[in-house]
Design a protein around this ligand. Structure first.
Ligand SMILES: O=C(O)CCC(=O)C(=O)O
Length: 247
């Protein structure tokens, strides 16, 4: 880890709902993170029955015509911080929690942690708002941080956002019959901003921000570690996320 203090423009974060930040990891550390990602992927694949509750498979999220060859490919592992001392240490590193604390104005604790793999051919995440789809049972005092393990661009499915869409904490309706994707009528796609970033760089964003990422049409992975934080004064509010793995 490179010791680096990130300048945080809190007003910009509040206005636009997201901020990007430079890498706080060295190339050597990044290589270690990629190796750890590979280790977890191999472990969970080899023991897929045991870790079934942590695994999302690509075939469950791809359109029919995109599924060929993706039958054994993992899309996401969640949670990871109890399986990986490396990722756990990283979640609490001050270079990463610092900007989140600066935005909240207080110390933070870890709410959620996952590894999104988006290997070549990996599936899109349709337009959604994290609090609205996934965290309604919890506080909305949450900030998510993506740390890319690979260069991310439009070809391999970098994150895209709609700046300002979090303002007023709108709870937008889902597409009919769903409980994740926002009804496209409520998504001003003409305002979408792709956020390409280099490996190690980060994006911090608000739980009401509309965001999306496309199919990985490239030849290289677009892996990201994703940590979400809440104010520490709320306590350990999401410990129930750690599954009892099958033995
Ligand atoms: O990994 C991605 O591209 C998007 C992930 C995402 O939006 C989420 O986990 O809420």
């Amino acid at each position: 880890m490179v010791s680096k203090t990130i300048q945080v423009d809190v007003e910009k974060y509040q206005r636009e709902g997201y901020l990007t930040a430079p890498a706080v990891v060295s190339d050597e550390y990044l290589a270690r993170l990629r190796m750890e990602s590979d280790r977890l992927m191999r472990l969970c694949y080899a023991e897929r029955e045991r870790y079934a509750r942590r695994i999302e498979w690509e075939v469950d999220h791809l359109a029919e015509e995109e599924k060929r060859g993706m039958e054994k490919v993992i899309r996401k592992l969640e949670p990871i911080s109890d399986l990986s001392p490396v990722f756990r240490e990283m979640a609490f590193t001050p270079e990463i929690t610092g900007p989140v604390s600066a935005i909240f104005g207080e110390p933070v604790d870890l709410f959620e942690d996952k590894l999104n793999l988006k290997l070549p051919g990996g599936s899109p995440y349709p337009w959604h708002q994290d609090w609205v789809c996934c965290w309604r049972a919890h506080t909305d005092q949450l900030i998510t941080c993506f740390i890319y393990l690979d260069d991310a661009d439009l070809e391999n499915g970098c994150l895209q956002v709609i700046p300002g869409s979090q303002l007023g904490k709108p709870i937008l309706p889902f597409r009919a019959g769903g409980h994740f994707e926002i009804d496209p009528v409520f998504v001003p796609r003409e305002n979408a901003v792709p956020v390409p970033l280099k490996a190690g760089e980060m994006i911090f964003f608000d739980p009401y921000l509309l965001h999306f990422s496309d199919l990985n049409r490239g030849k290289v992975p677009r892996r990201a570690i994703i940590f979400t934080y809440h104010p520490a004064r709320l306590g350990k509010i999401n410990e129930g996320r750690f599954p009892a793995d099958f033995s």
